[in-house]
Ligand binder design. Structure first.
Ligand SMILES: NC(=O)c1ccc[n+]([C@@H]2O[C@H](COP(=O)([O-])OP(=O)(O)OC[C@H]3O[C@@H](n4cnc5c(N)ncnc54)[C@H](OP(=O)(O)O)[C@@H]3O)[C@@H](O)[C@H]2O)c1
Length: 328
């Protein structure tokens, strides 16, 4: 058994983490032993290694926040039919490892026969996209939303969910080389950020009134989105890929009454009722099982190449997610 552990944080994320041996006791009553099948490396994981994230686990810690695994051992009192089932790993459990022990109560069972790599990315980015489309502005079919970092995983889920709800999306990327992939993912309008963005968006949408903006970048990119929005619209920031504070012109606030809000899934988890969580994950599970939601995967790495995997995930201009496959 192995785990990808870090005992300190530092500016170069791959320098602080390494794959090391571990042992686990047999699962106690009510617990299960899970073999981890796949776990993604998200930007928040990289920021956790560098110490820049909003929630930092005590050290030493095991990397990874989400993933999927198969139950391979049962503690006393756990139904024998659970053996062999594919489950979602508990969020925040340190998922870059070959095995983990979890309480059986509350585990989310997943359908067999669905791509485990896609399932491993189910817990964080899809609900982020879904909730940003649901919880800030009431949108009706035919309404418009605009997002940047549209080639990110969240971006691709947002395109799929918007489409399924009959919403129209304008998708902004920061480089021409990302346009084709976003179009191939089903996006109707894809533009490169920069000069005269509001004019280009108005031309592409026929001057549509865009009620919701979704910003993962910060810096000047925030204002570029704000200037594309309709009077009274809402702009939601949920990421800081540029590393810069959100720049936004007072003109957007004063003359066009733009509201700037923030979204953090961790906060939603703290306050969402079990019923609401069930609704959100039920909807996402159905989208993924039917292939309506997919995020591109650039490369997979075995656990003993965790340094290379983290370095690849921390690099820009990827073609998709980096996944750790601990059983390889
Ligand atoms: N608030 C929340 O609850 C929450 C939840 C989930 C995710 N997030 C955030 O959502 C964002 C996207 O996550 P993800 O997992 O979907 O990302 P991802 O698939 O790893 O993609 C990263 C995206 O960021 C862009 N990017 C990278 N460096 C950049 C830079 N310096 N300036 C501008 N854009 C840059 C990339 O564009 P290129 O391909 O051109 O490099 C790509 O579009 C991250 O900021 C993440 O932390 C927030």
């Amino acid at each position: 058994m192995k785990k990808a552990e870090y005992t300190q944080r530092g500016p170069v994320p791959q320098d602080v983490i390494d794959a090391v041996d571990m042992t686990l006791p047999p699962p106690a009553a009510g617990q299960v032993l899970i073999e981890v099948l796949a776990a993604p490396i998200n930007p928040s994981d990289v920021l956790t290694l560098t110490g820049q994230y909003g929630l930092l686990p005590p050290l030493p810690a095991i990397g990874g926040n989400e993933g999927v695994g198969r139950i391979v051992g049962l503690g006393d009192g756990v139904d024998a039919s659970w053996n062999g089932r594919v489950v979602l790993l508990p969020v925040g459990s340190g998922t870059w490892r070959t095995h983990l022990i979890a309480e059986s109560k509350g585990l989310v069972m997943l359908p067999d026969g669905v791509d485990v790599q896609q399932l491993s990315m189910l817990a964080i980015n899809p609900p982020t996209a879904l909730l940003m489309l649901s919880d800030f502005v009431t949108l009706q079919p035919g309404d418009w939303v605009i997002q940047n970092a549209a080639n990110s995983a969240v971006g691709s889920y947002l395109i799929g969910i918007a489409k399924a709800r009959g919403l129209r999306s304008v998708n902004i990327v920061r480089r021409e080389s990302a346009v084709a992939a976003v179009k191939a993912a089903g996006a109707e309008i894809v533009l490169v950020d920069g000069d005269k963005l509001p004019k280009r968006v108005a031309e592409a949408t026929g001057d549509a009134a865009i009620k919701l903006g979704i910003d993962a970048v910060g810096g000047p990119a925030t204002d570029n989105l704000a200037r594309c929005l309709a009077q009274g619209a809402t702009l939601v920031n949920y990421g800081a890929m540029s590393g810069e504070p959100c720049h936004i012109s007072p003109a957007s606030f004063i003359f066009r009454d733009i509201t700037l809000r923030g979204f953090w899934l961790s906060q939603w988890f703290r306050t969402a009722t079990p019923q609401r969580r069930g609704e959100v994950f039920g909807e996402i599970g159905r989208f993924i099982a039917t292939g309506q939601l997919r995020a591109p995967v650039q490369a997979t790495y075995p656990l003993n190449q965790i340094k290379q995997a983290v370095a690849a995930a921390a690099a820009g201009e990827r073609d998709g997610k980096i996944l750790v496959l601990p059983q390889q």
